[in-house]
Design a protein around this ligand. Structure first.
Ligand SMILES: Cc1cc2nc3c(=O)[nH]c(=O)nc-3n(C[C@H](O)[C@H](O)[C@H](O)COP(=O)(O)O)c2cc1C
Length: 495
């Protein structure tokens, strides 16, 4: 069954916002109403998919459980950071859902969480006893129902509901009936405006009807639901903050047969958020930076060497574009303007990037050569400011760099009259096709005169490293003349 929730939501949005967005409501609605429909499975379809996967499609239950558990762990890691929500109690039932919970707990351990397991009815099968052995080898504590603290809310940050999955029928029996009651008592933190613990349910909130949802209205209200393969019908009634989909293994015979409409997984992720992301309280977003201190005795005397060291760290940390930097310029009107550009080299002479010499930034630089660069390396809690004056690199340097770029980028540089107003994308594609045809013989693509590099010669560096309680390290380098030589003076600035 395919339901287009976005259509419903957009209708509501249209009505509730028609006054607020009187002049541009169509654009707003369009932007938020990208075609996102999603399939929901009934119990029979979910069972049939499992039979096909583990029958003709060649999967084993171990594989599916491993991938399901990994999806759950990565979904949790997307939302609840181990620095803030560390203690995870996984309550595992006797079936596959419980197995998914055991696998998730193992991955969570490796992600930096501290899992505890409550697994009161162990299944005597190799797969399950193997999972228990794996968890025991990681010294993950197993708690009996009697060992569980009376009030779960003070001992755990996350409670993973891995009790029953979509194949469960009937009423929960002891001890799961009581465990479910204890999860119900925790409520939904997003509704209670209380931080912890949050309940995360795997595939189905335990005790819910697979198709009709929380029949009594008094069942578990998870903060997060991780649907597997595709959401089950009950998930339509899920009102928690975070709905994720996991199980990135569904092959075309399944998607085709069940006409499954599920969102694409981003990049290499094992999970994808479905449904509307929660609105965050921006004022409450804060990170407590935990990094080693950056002291004067660690700082290199030469800021270029210091920059090289930190740049190497940024590369090693696996950041996607460690060379991305904000470039701020002002024209003669004194109005500043910032945009990202890519650093393409640096040495004692300065920091180089390439762009269009007729762009807005180029006009501003021609009026005022003073500019500022800013690097922010999130994963390292570091930023670096570099300020100075800018000049064009030599033609030869621009030529060399231009021809080192992929041919598509070379053509793109010719096509784009950067920062000018254009009627639509079509004119870009048209010019691109013309140029591709013109150079289809592989002949060199001439660099246009309006494209080239700039070099900023630093007159100031500042290296910033985040520290707890906002007491950050800031070391500023400014050039000073000493006995006729220029040396870089290092000063600490208050955060
Ligand atoms: C990560 C990132 C890297 C970018 N790198 C460049 C670049 O190296 N050169 C460039 O001209 N534009 C780059 N852009 C696009 C610029 O941010 C900007 O849109 C463009 O240069 C026009 O800016 P202007 O109108 O202020 O001149 C990049 C954008 C991003 C988000």
């Amino acid at each position: 069954m395919i339901i287009n929730l976005w259509t419903v939501w957009v209708q509501v949005f249209r009505i509730s916002n028609s006054r607020k967005y009187s002049s541009n409501s169509i654009t707003e609605v369009k932007a938020m109403a990208s075609p996102k429909s999603i399939s929901y499975l009934n119990q029979r379809e979910a069972a049939e998919i499992d039979e096909l996967l583990m029958g003709p499609l060649g999967f084993s239950v171990d594989q599916l459980m491993e991938l399901a558990g990994l999806s759950v762990a990565t979904s949790i890691a997307e939302v609840y950071k181990p620095g803030e929500c560390n203690r995870v109690l996984a309550i595992c039932g006797p079936g596959n859902n419980g197995g998914d919970g055991l696998v998730a707990a193992r991955h969570l351990h490796h992600f930096g969480y501290k899992p505890f397991i409550c697994y009161p009815k162990r299944t005597a099968k190799d797969l399950y006893s193997g999972l228990v052995t794996q968890l025991e080898s990681l010294s993950i504590p197993f708690l009996s129902v009697e060992d569980l603290p009376e009030d779960l809310s003070t001992s755990f940050d996350i409670v993973l509901d891995a009790i029953f999955g979509f194949s469960f029928h009937g009423s929960p029996r002891p001890p799961f009936d009581d465990l479910i009651q204890r999860l119900i008592a925790l409520g939904s933190p997003s509704q209670k405006h209380q931080k912890s613990p949050v309940v995360v349910s795997i595939d189905i909130p335990s005790g819910w009807d697979v198709e009709k949802g929380d029949l009594s209205g008094e069942g578990i209200k998870p903060d997060m639901l991780v649907s597997l393969t595709a959401p089950k019908l009950c998930a339509i009634n899920f009102s928690g903050a975070h709905h994720f989909l996991g199980g990135r293994f569904v092959p075309p015979p399944i998607t085709d047969k069940f006409r499954l409409d599920i969102p694409a997984y981003p990049g290499t992720s094992m999970c994808v958020r479905i449904g509307k992301p929660p609105r965050v309280d921006i004022s409450a977003l804060r990170e407590n930076y935990i990094s080693p201190e950056f002291s004067e005795d660690q700082a290199e005397a030469d800021p270029f060497v210091q920059f090289q060291n930190w740049f190497d760290d940024a590369v090693a940390s696996g950041l996607k574009e460690p060379n991305a930097m904000a470039l701020s310029t002002t024209g003669k009107d004194g109005k500043p303007s910032s945009r990202m550009v890519l650093l393409k080299g640096f040495d004692k002479d300065g920091f180089v990037w390439y762009t269009n010499y007729e762009s807005q930034k180029a006009h501003q630089i021609s009026q005022n050569p003073n500019a500022a660069l800013l690097f922010y390396w999130d994963a390292l809690n570091r930023q670096v400011r570099v300020e100075g004056s800018v000049e064009k690199v030599s033609d030869e340097e621009s030529e060399n760099y231009f021809h080192s770029r992929p041919r598509g980028s070379q053509i793109g540089a010719i096509v784009s009259k950067q920062s000018t107003v254009i009627p639509g994308r079509q004119c870009l594609h048209q010019r691109q096709e013309e140029l591709e045809a013109q150079f289809s013989d592989g002949s060199p693509i001439p660099k246009p005169n309006y494209w080239g590099g700039y070099r900023l010669k630093p007159e100031l560096f500042e290296f910033w490293q985040g520290q707890p309680s906002r007491l950050h390290d800031r070391l500023r380098y400014i050039p000073e003349e000493v006995n006729g030589n220029i040396v870089w003076k290092i000063e600490r600035l208050s955060p």
